[in-house]
Design a protein around this ligand. Structure first.
Ligand code: KG4
Ligand code: ZN
Length: 332
């Protein structure tokens, strides 16, 4: 079965083909260089860029998979959460293709799709397992009981971790997107140069990152602009994020008795955090599953793969499609 997946929730226009549960093609057109000069994602610009790119991206995904529209049997599309105008572009394209090809349209939750990116691992996670969904807009610790049956154990009260990376990056002069820039700068820094506290350390599953961002900003103010220790600050901030995720994950494992953890969302592309988390979990006998690098940040592959699992677990059911949901929650 050939399934097309379309993703346009933020600043990547992406389409992919999944065949029998395997990603065959995955085309991602990033808009980063257009948003970079504005220091972050500009919603109107994102919608316009998606409109310009969507047809070519979908065509390329089909070409790479060596199929045509008539070979498709289903189509999945991100319907939320995300930027409304951006979501509408992918959604409208998907609805049109579904209508023309007379195939079912499956609306996909972007946050659930980040978890499904982990099903690209040759040994997929076994239910129930923990999921850390750590992206630019969300930071959630969830318990996945079964396909499409997820409980939120805790989430951030304010900034998401990706958002904190982006804001700290701007303050120390590294630009957008902050995650990759901080990871690169941190390689030449001393991670113990500055000691930032683990936020919400004794507050169970609760997360919060706005205080950590403010602590970095306050530290920066102690230096003249030309003397800001960019590398040490990047390394110390990144270490605190890793320490926090390790602390919260170990707490969650101890509380729940679970033994497998999926780490996903854009921040899971960070090799330092992946490695630190993996070492910590292996030391306690737990297993960490992280999607391959190209499936960590937004991509159509994870949307098409989620569609595959939806169809497998909901045979002959086509969900009612009722537009995009910019504020969609993980659990619906
Ligand atoms: O999942 P994603 O592509 O989009 C959302 O759903 O939000 O995540 C984007 C976020 C951005 O905040 C970006 O700075 C962060 O993921 N990110 C990283 C890295 N690569 C992307 N954060 C830390 N280290 C990275 N290497
Ligand atoms: Zn995402």
């Amino acid at each position: 079965m050939n399934i097309l997946g379309i993703e346009t929730s933020c600043d990547e226009t992406s389409a992919a083909v999944v065949r029998d549960g395997k990603i065959i093609s995955n085309v991602v057109a990033s808009q980063i260089k257009w948003h970079q000069k504005h220091g972050g994602v500009v919603p109107e610009l994102a919608s316009r860029m998606h409109t310009e790119k969507i047809n070519r991206v979908v065509a390329q995904a089909l070409t790479d998979a060596e199929i045509e529209f008539s070979d498709l049997e289903a189509i999945g599309v991100t319907y939320g959460p995300g930027l409304e105008g951006a979501l509408l572009v992918g959604y409208t394209a998907a609805k049109t293709i579904a209508k023309i090809c007379n195939i079912p349209l499956i609306p996909i939750n972007h946050l659930q799709a980040h978890i499904y990116a982990a099903y690209t691992d040759p040994i997929p996670p076994q239910f129930p397992y923990l999921a850390l969904i750590i992206s630019g807009g969300h930071s959630i610790i969830g318990k996945v009981n079964d396909h499409f049956d997820i409980e939120i154990l805790g989430s951030t009260r304010d900034d998401a971790i990706g958002e904190a990376f982006d804001k700290v990056s701007r303050v120390i002069g590294l630009g957008y997107p902050g995650g990759p820039a901080i990871e690169k700068a941190a390689k030449d820094g001393n991670e113990t140069a500055f000691r930032f506290a683990i936020p919400m350390k004794n507050e169970g599953y609760e997360l919060s990152f706005s205080g950590l961002k403010t602590a970095v900003m306050t530290t920066v103010k102690g230096f003249t602009p030309e003397n800001v220790p960019v590398h040490d600050l990047a390394a110390s901030f990144q270490k605190t994020i890793a320490d926090t995720l390790i602390h919260k994950t170990q707490f969650a494992l101890a509380e729940s008795g679970l033994t497998e953890v999926v780490f996903c969302g854009g921040v899971s592309a960070n090799s330092y955090i992946r490695n630190r988390l993996r070492e910590s979990l292996e030391a306690t006998g737990a297993r960490l599953i992280v999607p391959a690098f190209q499936y960590c940040t937004d991509n159509g592959g994870m949307i098409a793969l989620t569609t595959h699992y939806y169809i497998q677990t909901h045979p002959n059911q086509v969900p009612k499609v009722s537009g995009v949901k910019p504020n969609l929650s993980l659990c619906v």
